[in-house]
Design a protein around this ligand. Sequence first.
Ligand SMILES: [Fe+2]
Length: 249
Amino acid sequence: MLVAQISDIHASPDSPSLLAFERAIDWLKAFRPDALVLTGDLVDDGWQRGYRQIAESLQALDFPTYLLPGNGDDQSVMRAELAEVGKWAGTSGSMHFQAALNDATLVGVDVTVAGQSHGDIRPHLSWLKSRLADVATPFLLFMHQPPFGIGIEVLDQVGCRNADALLELLNAGGRPPLGILCGHVHRPVSSRVGLIALQTCGSLCPPNPLLLRDQADLAVLDASSFLVHEVRNDRLLSHVVSMQTLARA
Ligand SMILES: [Fe+2]
């Protein structure tokens, strides 16, 4: 089973991010995954036309799409413009999703906190616990802010809080997710806690610099990217698909 993940488009009228998104979508039309998950920060400043264009691109796909908001999204505009393709668990409130596919279940938790850059899983643990009770297949857990540090302090300060409570819940049933798959940090980063793979997705907007230790003045060489996850024999394989840098529109 193949699940594509796109994150952090941050589309705005004066950036090439929407063009990058359309190129990624064209590639995915040929690649034909079983599903596509967008892990938030679709547009900047509630740009309504950007949401509408993303919705039109997603409506043209012949595989299902599942969407989480990021801290940069305007949830009411996003809900309105992407209602046809969002597949959220409820018609108001947090924009969670759950999808049972052939070989795996996808669970998306909206961990955003209104008006804040960081996320918080604690208000959503009871929803997640109730959903996981129904899951009979391996599952992938998606959220916008990662509940684990990536070693870049400025980004770790705005991660998802209360990760310990999340891990306690996930490990309690003896069937943790194959992976926790996030966005937000604009870089692909891989790690692991116990049996759970931890992975962030690169961004379609320009990547963040690799600010480890005090290397603040290093140039960014990284390309925009997205992920293709494969669930094979109860294992998760995550491939980075890099995109050539696009000229500013
Ligand atoms: Fe974000």
